[in-house]
Design a protein around this ligand. Sequence first.
Ligand code: CP
Length: 310
Amino acid sequence: MSQLSVKHLLGIKHINKDDIDLIFKTADHFKEVINRPIKKVPSLRDITIANLFFENSTRTRLSFELAEKRLSADVVNFSASQSSVTKGETLIDTANNILSMKVDIIVMRHPHVGACDFLSQHVNAKIVNAGDGTHEHPTQALLDSFSIREKLGSVAGKKIVIVGDILHSRVALSNIYALKLQGAEIKVCGPKTLIPKYIESLGVSVEFDIKKALEWCDVANVLRVQNERMEINYFPSTREYSQLFGINKQLLDSLGKKILIMHPGPINRGVELTSDVADADQSIILNQVENGVAIRMAVIYLLAQQVERS
Ligand code: CP
């Protein structure tokens, strides 16, 4: 297979195992490219991409921009806080105005679930979801699986625990879809209030004891507590959360085996991970960030193959 089965990357829910294999094979090539002295290829010199960020981002935004520039695409960046959205312009009007400037691909982060699906139905451009509310963050899940494959050889059969605020996490849902497609076993672990009731229907089991979860797994993907999405208190205090679900060096060393530690960032140091765990040899957090560029190059490159060139 040399083409994606989808026209847009809206979520892992819409893609299949062959798509993931194709993205990884393409990312393997681009990872080699970005480690060369000249880190750029001319592949997308005729493609223009707009990065629309309606929500804050460090990693995803920089990673997409770098990926697009490494492919030689023309890139424009849009930040909602500095735009006419603050004057009341709608999402479709904003996107159509940007498209009038002959944009081929839109990468969008938005606080509302479904915003990328909505846009894909109303504008004539390829859409890449860079995180829509609490729904999906597909390129994060792809780079997470790519990083596990790189360190452990494959994702199939591996035991992965996703720890923390599952309820508000688009990273958790996209990871669950991606890991299931690749044949991993998945548990989630966190406070009962932050585990959605439907989670087991996704083929995932629940463990409330962090030590048991870590003893079981090969990889712990630890998520941030998303205070900005919480309108009520889901646990009594940050101190209690870190005592019950935080990972410190003593806990890690007590396991009698070396598991991989992952985190999509940004980290609340001292809450979900202590600094000595975040910076430990077995932490692959910065490998995830590095792989994000190769994965995003692959996704953009593959979608651009479907753009009609005039
Ligand atoms: N992992 C992630 O999405 O980080 P940012 O919010 O900084 O993009």
